[in-house]
Ligand binder design. Structure first.
Ligand SMILES: *[C@@H]1O[C@H](CO)[C@@H](O)[C@H](O)[C@H]1NC(C)=O
Ligand SMILES: *[C@@H]1O[C@H](CO)[C@@H](O)[C@H](O)[C@H]1NC(C)=O
Ligand SMILES: *[C@@H]1O[C@H](CO)[C@@H](O)[C@H](O)[C@H]1NC(C)=O
Ligand SMILES: *[C@@H]1O[C@H](CO)[C@@H](O)[C@H](O)[C@H]1NC(C)=O
Ligand SMILES: [Zn+2]
Length: 524
C-alpha cells in the first residue's frame, strides 16, 4: 500500500513537470515538421568558397558534456533545459570524430591537436609532428614536422588568430604553430638539458619565431615569456607567477621587434587595455591575461580578465579586415581542466561560455562565406543519469536511493577521479555536503588524483561552405582537410580553378562543354 502511494505521488509529481504545451500531440508534430522543412532545404548545398574558417575546440567536450551544458544553459535561462538549443545545436551538419592517437586508444590533447590542425595523426604527448616522433625524444623530431591549417591559411595571404582560455603554449594552440616532441616543453625551463643540447626549442619560443606574423594571439601563459624570476605584472607577491625562461629572453619584446615598423603591434595583459584598443588600428595583438591558464569562467575577475566571448569578438573584428579572409582557432580549454579535477560545475560553465562565444562569432560572420566547425579533441569519463525527472537541476540528485547502501547520489558521476570518497568505510552521503557548490567534486568509481579522458567518439558540428563534407563517422585528422578544401588553401585546391558557378553543381556539363568549344576553336 505504501509503495503504491509513493508510486502515485511520484506519478503525479512527474506529470506536473511536463510543460502544458507538450501534452498536445500537435506540438510535437509541428515541431518535427518544422525540422523536416529545414532538413529538406539542406538539399541545396552551400558550395561557396569559405573566405573565413573558424574552428571552435572544446577541450574534453564529449557528447555527455554537450548535453549537460545544454541543460545547464537552459536552466540559467530559467527553463527546464532539456529542450534548450545550444548555438552549436543549431548547426545543420553533425559528424562523429574518432579521436584515438597513433599509440593510444584513449588520446591526449597534443596528439589530437596534431590531427585536427595538421591533418595527420600523431603520438600522445607530441605536437605538430608525425608518429615517427617519440615523446620527449628531441632527436626524433627533425624531418618529421607537419604543418597546420594556420600555416596554410597564412601562406594563402589570410589573417590568422589563436584564442584560448589556457596558456597560449598549451597543447591545443601549440599544434597550430609548433613542432615539439613533448607538449610539456612550455619554456626552456621545462625541458631536459639533453633536449636543449640536441637543439630543440621550447614552445613559447616557437610561438614567437615559427610564424612571426600571427595577427591575433590571446590567452594565458605570461610567465613563459619572461626571464626566470621576473616578477609578474599582476601577481607581484606570487612566486609561482614569476618568469621561467633560462635563456634570459623577454619574448614579448622579441614579438614586437619582429613586426614591420609601419604596423601597429599591441601587447595587453588585462581586460581594460583590451577593450580600450581601437581595433581598426591594431594589426597585431598579443594578449596574455594570466601567468598560466586563465581563470575558470565562474571565478573570473571581470575587471582584469576578458571572457572567451569578449576575446573572440576582438579577434574577429581584427581578422576580418583582411579582404582575403581569415582562419581563427578558438579553444574552450578549461572544460577539460574542470573534468580532470572532478569539478563538473566548473567544466560545464566553461562549455556554456564557449557556446556563448560561438553565438557571438555567428553574429559577426555569415555562413555564406564562413565555415564554422565546433568539435572536441576527446571526451571524459563524465556521465549523468539516474532517471532524473524533467527540469531536475543538472547538478541535482537522482530521485532514488542506492538500493544497497541506501544513500542518495548525484545524477552527475565520473568513472574515475578525485571525487571518490569513503567515509567511515562507506560511500559518502552526498546529502551531508553541498553538492551544488562550484567546486564540488562529483563521486567517482575509482580514486584517481586526476580524472581521465574518455575514449568514445566526439561530435563535429559544422555550418557554412562545404559543411556537408562533415557528414559521417570520420577519423579526426580528416577535419582540417575539409576546412582547407572549403577555403581553397593547402594541398588539394584544383577544384578552386573552376568558376564558382560551375562549382555550384547546377550545370555539371558546363566545364566539358567549354573544353569542346576551345578544342573546336583550336582546330581553326
Ligand atoms: C636520441 O636520444 C636518446 C635519448 O633521448 C638516445 O638514447 C639516443 O641514442 C639518441 N639517438 C641518436 C640517433 O642520437
Ligand atoms: C628573485 O626575485 C626576488 C624579488 O625580486 C629577489 O628577492 C630574489 O633574490 C630573486 N631570486 C633569485 C634566485 O634570483
Ligand atoms: C563583475 O563582478 C562583480 C563581482 O563579482 C559583479 O558584482 C558585477 O555584476 C560583474 N559585472 C559584470 C559586468 O559582469
Ligand atoms: C544522509 O544524510 C541525510 C542528511 O543529513 C540524512 O537525512 C540521511 O538519513 C542520510 N542517509 C544515510 C543512509 O545515512
Ligand atoms: Zn585533459
Amino acid at each position: 500500500m505504501l509503495l503504491l502511494l509513493l508510486g502515485l505521488m511520484a506519478g503525479t509529481c512527474l506529470s506536473s513537470l511536463v510543460p502544458e504545451k507538450e501534452k498536445n500531440p500537435q506540438y510535437w508534430r509541428d515541431q518535427a515538421q518544422q525540422t523536416l522543412q529545414h532538413a529538406l532545404e539542406l538539399q541545396s548545398l552551400n558550395t561557396n568558397v569559405a573566405k573565413n574558417v573558424i574552428l571552435f575546440l572544446g577541450d574534453g567536450m564529449g557528447v555527455s558534456t554537450v548535453t549537460a551544458a545544454r541543460i545547464l544553459k537552459g536552466q540559467l535561462h530559467h527553463m527546464p533545459g532539456e529542450d534548450f538549443q545550444l548555438e552549436m545545436d543549431k548547426f545543420p551538419f553533425v559528424a562523429l570524430s574518432k579521436t584515438y592517437n597513433t599509440n593510444a586508444q584513449v588520446p591526449d590533447s597534443a596528439g589530437t591537436a596534431t590531427a585536427y590542425l595538421c591533418g595527420v595523426k600523431g603520438n600522445e604527448g607530441t605536437l605538430g609532428v608525425s608518429a615517427a616522433v617519440i615523446r620527449s625524444q628531441c632527436n626524433t623530431t627533425r624531418g618529421n614536422e607537419v604543418t597546420s591549417i594556420l600555416r596554410w591559411a597564412k601562406d594563402a595571404g589570410k589573417s590568422v588568430g589563436i584564442v584560448t582560455t589556457t596558456r597560449v603554449n598549451h597543447a591545443t594552440p601549440s599544434a597550430a604553430y609548433a613542432h615539439s616532441a613533448d607538449r610539456d616543453w612550455y619554456s626552456d625551463n621545462e625541458m631536459p638539458t639533453e633536449a636543449l643540447n640536441q637543439g630543440c626549442k621550447d614552445i613559447a619560443h616557437q610561438l614567437i619565431h615559427n610564424i612571426p606574423d600571427i595577427e591575433v594571439i590571446m590567452g594565458g601563459g605570461r610567465k613563459y615569456m619572461f626571464p626566470k624570476n621576473t616578477t609578474d605584472v599582476e601577481y607581484g607577491d606570487d612566486e609561482k607567477a614569476r618568469g621561467t625562461r633560462l635563456d634570459g629572453q623577454f619574448l614579448i619584446n622579441v614579438w614586437k621587434e619582429k613586426k614591420p615598423r609601419n604596423k601597429n603591434a599591441h601587447y595587453v595583459w588585462n581586460r581594460m587595455q583590451l577593450l580600450e584598443l581601437n581595433l581598426d588600428r591594431v594589426d597585431y595583438l598579443l594578449g596574455l591575461f594570466e601567468p598560466m591558464d586563465m581563470m575558470y569562467e565562474l571565478n573570473r575577475n571581470n575587471q582584469t580578465d576578458p571572457s572567451l566571448t569578449e576575446m573572440v569578438e576582438v579577434a574577429i573584428r581584427i581578422l576580418r579586415r583582411n579582404t582575403k579572409g581569415f582562419f581563427l582557432l578558438v579553444e574552450g580549454g578549461r572544460i577539460d581542466h574542470g573534468h580532470h579535477e572532478g569539478k563538473a560545475k566548473q567544466a560545464l560553465h566553461e562549455a556554456v561560455e564557449m557556446d556563448r562565444a560561438i553565438g557571438q562569432a555567428g553574429a559577426l560572420t555569415s555562413p555564406e562565406d564562413t565555415l564554422t566547425v565546433v568539435t572536441a579533441d576527446h571526451s571524459h569519463v563524465f556521465t549523468f543519469g539516474g532517471y532524473t525527472p524533467r527540469g531536475n537541476s543538472i547538478f541535482g540528485l537522482a530521485p532514488m536511493l542506492s538500493d544497497t547502501d541506501k544513500k542518495p547520489f548525484t545524477s552527475i558521476l565520473y568513472g574515475n577521479g578525485p571525487g571518490y570518497k569513503v567515509v567511515a568505510g562507506e560511500r559518502e552521503n552526498v546529502s551531508t555536503v553541498d553538492y551544488a557548490h562550484d567546486n564540488y567534486q562529483a563521486q567517482s568509481a575509482v580514486p584517481l588524483r586526476h580524472e581521465t579522458h574518455g575514449g568514445e567518439d566526439v561530435a563535429v558540428f559544422a555550418k557554412g561552405p562545404m559543411a556537408h563534407l562533415l557528414h559521417g563517422v570520420h577519423e579526426q585528422n580528416y577535419i582540417p582537410h575539409v576546412m582547407a578544401y572549403a577555403s581553397c588553401i593547402g594541398a588539394n585546391k584544383d577544384h578552386c580553378q573552376l568558376s564558382s558557378s560551375a562549382r555550384l553543381g547546377s550545370q555539371p556539363a558546363l566545364f566539358p562543354g567549354l573544353l569542346t568549344v576551345l578544342l573546336l576553336l583550336s582546330l581553326f
